[in-house]
Design a protein around this ligand. Structure first.
Ligand code: GLC
Length: 841
């Protein structure tokens, strides 16, 4: 049973009082700043009211007529009565739409975009006025309403954007003349920006980051404003991590809208009219990228603009066991030994806030963790890595080094009068570093040195929305609080991503020979470059099990490929069945962690009795066997932006039956996962794409293009392989690196049919170290492996398990053929082949 009283360990009366007083103190502070003619009391009342008001979307003034047109090297600029609209061709398939009140556009600075103008590819652009429109002649003409046929056209090899009509409307068409959107309006408010467009009533919509609802957003409204969404449930919006990137999809044709503006934003995604999108942000210049292509191409472009995830070390793809919190250190070590004794594979143990001294970041609690180095040594000896939490709130505490340094160097967020902003978090009153400043990021990164030297392997940035613990909850850092890069209204949404950047940059600097492992809760466009992510404080309910898949798929569509839920649920305590099903699902999601709140019942895989322990072990062992496959999918994400866990609509966009499918998914290129998400269910339906599919374990063939019912007793997670796929497996290890790479036998499951599959291998930890890429080609007559690159110490023992093969293997080129045997309808043959080979049967 969940014991809420245990929470008192963290939520002390002092914390509650502080949290309650915060509202008053903040209102008083804001009133003091605003007081003048109005007088203190009136200003206080207004500040109090303003803090309670929920902001809404800005009003906009759409352009009615045009006054000037100028062709530019990469596009055109059109002056309207409501601002200047610039169309810039970034690439053939990427247009940037900018709108500002006047022609002198400020330099487009962005924390999200990493591609600078000089890195844009060359594009042939044609920009002209059409239909006899002539604005060049007049000096300062009054706005001219565009007559039918008149307008402006900007065209690249792949896209045409045209402006016409009165009021002015935009239309985007593809190379074949197909309309991608129509009736679009770009507009400014004062302040605020907006864009609306029609995509067709049958369009599906994906993306926007972390959203606790169905994968297809059609028919819903959303807000982008990162918050601590503790206790969220289906429909709660916003959550911790927003991404201002929406993909509108009609079959294989996708258009990405990426609003490069971190201000608070609101979206109506077909809620008012099917297929119509209206997006508004509270401030900034309108800077909207339009990306077009297949969903995979659009995501490739989006992650080109905002950066791709870096490859984590292989052990980060292993299993993580966490709890709020494991302490003292004897308990951590006992847990490590227990997992090993029970042979439950695990790579990482997490240390939540109780490892700190009074919740002071970068410290150890002297009684709970008297000898952290010895503990970490012992953990490492057992094959574990340790991960520590780090929050942004720095305890206001003269004498605490981190606080003293940051205060002296004026590194904290401030009120407009320069005084540091104070907000309550775990340690009580805290100040918050201004991560928008490069020197603050450099200093912050340096703070990790001590914990790294102690032997901590990985980190977790939490509460970085930035969350405050107020009573009642919900207050955030006020909009007027100052960052170097602007006020909090402009930088709030980027705070988490900037913290993650500061942390990751620091870790890379301090340990250049290692790939940092950082977990973040909050984030924004681009956060994928620096951190893994988890979906925050979910609950132990069946609906949250379903949500966790919907959210992971949605995040993948938003460019965030490494994410996963608190398996079993953070609050509540799962039933044994729910826990077992959750372990099955999470074992095939990119980030795999069990975590639960203070006071929750034990939530380790062995805490639910022998049956669930056995089921958990099976799920863990399957994950560890699949590591070479998962790692290859992870590498692909770093190359193309395609997520590890792919929505069916992403992987099979032409098949419109999948537009709203979010209870099954593709893991990498080859595996279709159909988890059981319902209590008591012992069977489910799976919608198979066209072509043949094979049971992952037995190779049994299923004709695709239809729904099949599959049996799913508690022991079974329905898992299918694409015909012609080759899936690489390793033997089970209790942790990554338990056995040297060279000793692992590589099993290649080759499913009937013809197809090409990849295997990416490296040493699993060195950044930019040697690697090799294998291409497997399965055909009716055999299996061939071609290899690029060399990897010293790569496994040379191969077991080919070729399903649907009648006879024995006849010939091997490139190695020595060993024992052969039949298992079911599979031919299993052992080979000694260090690199390329050709096997014929
Ligand atoms: C937040 C996090 C949660 C963590 C807790 C204590 O609620 O979301 O994962 O356990 O803080 O640090």
């Amino acid at each position: 049973m969940f014991n809420p009283l245990a929470l008192l360990g963290a939520v002390t009366p002092r914390l509650v009082l502080n949290g309650a007083l915060h509202h008053l103190r903040t209102a008083a502070r804001e009133a003091r700043l605003a007081a003048g003619e109005r007088g203190r009391l009136a200003a206080l009342a207004e500040a109090w009211r303003a803090a309670r008001r929920r902001p809404g979307p800005p009003r906009l003034s759409p352009p009615r007529g045009v006054t000037a047109f100028a062709a530019e090297p990469r596009g055109a600029s059109v002056t309207t009565d409501a601002g200047v609209l610039r169309v810039v061709a970034v690439a053939d398939d990427v247009l940037l739409l900018r709108m500002a009140p006047a022609t002198n556009f400020p330099p487009a600075t962005s924390n999200a975009v990493v591609v600078s103008e000089d890195q844009w590819p060359a594009v042939a652009v044609e920009a002209r006025a059409v239909g006899g429109l002539d604005l060049a002649a007049a000096d300062a003409p009054p706005p001219v309403a565009l007559r039918p046929g008149e307008g402006v056209v900007v065209r690249t090899g792949a896209l045409t954007l045209s402006l016409s009509g009165s009021p002015c409307r935009l239309r985007l068409t593809g190379a074949a003349g197909q309309v991608l959107f129509d009736e679009a309006v770009a507009a400014l408010g004062s302040p605020g920006v907006g864009f609306s467009a029609r995509f067709g009533a049958d369009a599906a919509f994906y993306g926007l980051g972390e959203k606790a609802s169905a994968l297809n957003h059609a028919g819903r409204r959303f807000e982008l404003w990162n918050v601590d969404a503790a206790t969220y449930t289906r429909g709660t919006d916003p959550l911790y991590l927003g991404v201002p990137f929406l993909v509108a999809q009609r079959g294989a044709q996708a258009v990405g809208l990426f609003l490069d503006d971190p201000h608070r934003a609101w979206l109506d995604v077909g809620a008012t009219a099917p297929g119509a999108v209206d997006l508004r942000a509270a401030g900034g210049e309108l800077r909207l990228y339009l990306l077009a292509g297949t969903p995979a191409q659009v995501l490739e472009r989006y992650t080109w603009l905002t950066g791709r995830a870096r490859l984590p070390p292989l052990w980060a793809l292993g299993f993580h066991q966490s709890r709020y919190s494991y302490f003292p250190q004897a308990r951590v070590l006992a847990l490590a030994k227990e997992l090993r004794r029970r042979r439950l594979p695990c790579d990482v143990l997490h240390l939540d806030i109780h490892h700190m001294d009074g919740y002071r970041c970068f410290t150890w609690h002297p009684e709970r963790f008297p000898a952290p180095r010895a503990m970490l040594d012992e953990l490492h000896g057992l094959g574990f890595k340790a991960l520590c939490i780090v929050d942004p709130g720095i305890k206001v505490d003269p004498g605490y080094r981190v606080y003293d340094e940051a205060l002296a160097r004026r590194f904290f967020l401030t009120w407009p009068d320069g005084e540091p902003f104070t907000g309550p978090v775990w340690p009580g009153p805290c100040h918050f570093p201004d991560f928008s400043r490069e020197e603050v990021r450099a200093w912050w990164g340096e703070q990790y040195r001590g914990l790294l030297d102690d032997g901590v392997d990985a980190f977790w940035n939490d509460m970085n929305e930035a969350a405050l613990l107020t009573v009642p909850p919900g207050a955030g850092v006020p909009d007027v609080v100052q960052h170097a890069g602007g006020d909090h209204a402009a930088l709030h949404n980027e705070y988490g991503a900037l913290m993650a950047r500061a942390s990751a940059e620091g870790l890379r600097r301090l340990r250049p020979g290692q790939r940092p492992v950082l977990l973040t809760r909050a984030g924004w466009a681009g956060v994928q470059r620096d951190a893994l992510h988890w979906t925050g404080d979910n609950r132990s309910t069946w609906d949250h099990l379903r949500l966790s898949l919907q959210m992971v798929l949605g995040l993948g569509y938003s460019g965030v490929p490494f994410t996963g839920p608190d398996t079993g649920g953070f609050t509540g305590g799962p039933s044994p069945e729910l826990f077992a099903r959750w372990m099955q699902l999470s074992s095939l999601l990119p980030f795999f962690r069990v975590h639960s709140v203070l006071g929750s019942p034990p939530q380790e895989p062995f805490a639910f009795g022998p049956r669930v322990e056995a089921l958990s072990r099976a799920a863990l062992e399957r994950r560890y066997r699949l590591l070479p496959y998962l790692y290859t999918a992870a590498w692909q994400a770093t190359q193309t932006g395609a997520p590890l866990a792919r929505a069916m609509a992403f992987a099979f966009p032409a098949d419109r039956r999948f537009a709203s499918t979010d209870d099954q998914f593709m893991l990498g290129d080859a595996l279709l996962v159909a988890p059981v998400l319902e209590r008591g269910a012992r069977a489910r339906e799976v919608l198979l794409p066209e072509g043949a599919w094979h049971d992952f374990e037995t190779g049994e063939r299923y004709e695709g293009g239809r729904a099949v019912r599959c049996e799913a007793p508690l022991e079974r997670l329905p898992l299918y392989a694409r015909a012609g796929a080759v899936v690489p497996l390793w033997p089970v290890q209790q942790h990554v690196g338990e056995r040297p790479l060279a000793e692992l036998q590589l099993e290649l499951r080759a499913y009937p049919g013809a197809g090409e599959s990849l295997l990416y291998e490296d040493d699993g930890e060195t950044p930019g170290g040697p690697h090799r890429l294998s291409r497997f080609e399965r055909s009716a007559r055999g299996l061939a492996r071609r290899v690029e690159g060399a990897l010293p110490g790569a496994p040379a023992r191969v077991l080919v398990r070729a399903f649907g093969v009648d006879g024995p293997a006849l010939r091997l080129r490139g190695g020595a053929l060993g024992a052969q045997r039949r298992e079911g309808d599979a031919l299993c043959c052992e080979l000694e082949a260090a690199g390329a080979f050709e096997l014929e049967w």
